[in-house]
Design a protein around this ligand. Structure first.
Ligand SMILES: [Zn+2]
Length: 312
């Protein structure tokens, strides 16, 4: 089926039958280095490190995802990519090809022996659609390459054009759903920590601390009506009457009615001399605290003051 050695996975588009064998990394590395910016952009949108070598080489007829010597390579023929861009009438076409090849790597296809198969191709196509939407391409732009160059009929190694375009559409739509959800979500950094009180986490009924910390554990459990040893008090500018306290365990608790308390956040030490403490609430929002007790939000607005306890 393929002329390539087993450890080279051919991830071709199925439109050019002849693919020359690669003879090893020396050849791959001899190829002209290509700009790696697109690798970084693609890996950025999926949150990974760009541990891929992108190589322009005439050794492949179109493009391929291969592993050699433990390294992951994306090989592409620059003439092929230029032709794809021309036929697809958009530079997104070539990018979608590279994203497809990266999809073979990231879905683990290149870890298995054997050549292309239709199921793997559809997975790589779906990844390509997902990535291109994240990078800002329209659905038509994401589909442009395969619309122009994929065979209409499927083969033993590659699906036909229609299912491949559908797979790209599926990935594109998945990214679109994520993006739409992030648009409608409230900006997490704009709200001061006091808003976390909308969904406070109750103080744990039992401490998970070891018995060796019995004293601290007793403070942390803070059952209703049990006094909590406090080392500070927090006053928020937008809610000055609400009392928040800092416990010796560096938990921030909100005083409720009937002397109940709820843990709403926690202080952590940092390495920053300007902000030696950071306050993280139950929704992972952060406030930054100076040595003098001034509390800032991520926009740099002073939103609260940390001072000595109980000066009422
Ligand atoms: Zn492929």
């Amino acid at each position: 089926m393929t002329l390539l050695p087993r450890f080279f996975r051919r991830a071709a588009l199925g439109l050019l039958a002849a693919t020359l064998p690669l003879s090893g990394p020396a050849r791959a590395q001899a190829a002209a280095p290509a700009p790696t910016g697109i690798i970084r952009e693609i890996t950025d949108v999926v949150g990974l490190q760009p541990r891929f070598e992108l190589r322009a080489t005439a050794e492949v007829a179109n493009a391929a995802a291969v592993v050699y010597g433990g390294k992951r390579y994306l090989l592409y023929n620059p003439a092929f990519l230029a032709e794809v861009n021309r036929a697809g009438r958009t530079d997104w076409a070539g990018i979608s090809i590279l994203a497809h090849e990266m999809g073979h790597h990231l879905n683990g296809h290149t870890l298995r022996a054997g050549g292309s198969n239709p199921a793997d191709e559809l997975e790589a196509d779906e990844f390509s659609g997902f990535v291109l939407r994240k990078l800002g391409a329209s659905l038509a732009q994401a589909q442009a390459a395969l619309a122009a160059v994929a065979d209409e009929e499927g083969s033993e190694t590659h699906p036909g054009r229609a299912p491949r375009l559908a797979a790209i559409g599926k990935g594109w739509a998945r990214a679109e759903t994520q993006i739409a959800a992030s648009r409608t979500a409230a900006d997490p950094s704009a709200a001061p920590v006091a808003l976390a009180l909308a969904a406070p986490r109750p103080a744990p009924a039992r401490s998970t601390e070891s018995e060796g910390n019995a004293d601290e554990a007793a403070e942390e459990t803070a059952a209703p009506a049990t006094p909590v040893r406090l080392v500070g008090q927090l006053t928020f500018r937008n809610d000055p009457s609400q009392r928040y306290y800092l416990t010796t365990g560096l938990n921030v608790v909100r005083a409720g009615p009937d002397d109940t308390t709820e843990v709403v956040g926690r202080l952590t030490r940092t390495d920053s001399p300007d902000f030696p403490y950071v306050l993280v609430d139950g929704q992972q929002r952060r406030l930054f605290i100076t040595a003098g007790g001034d509390v800032y939000n991520q926009q740099g607005q002073r939103v609260a003051k940390l001072h000595g306890p109980s000066q009422e």
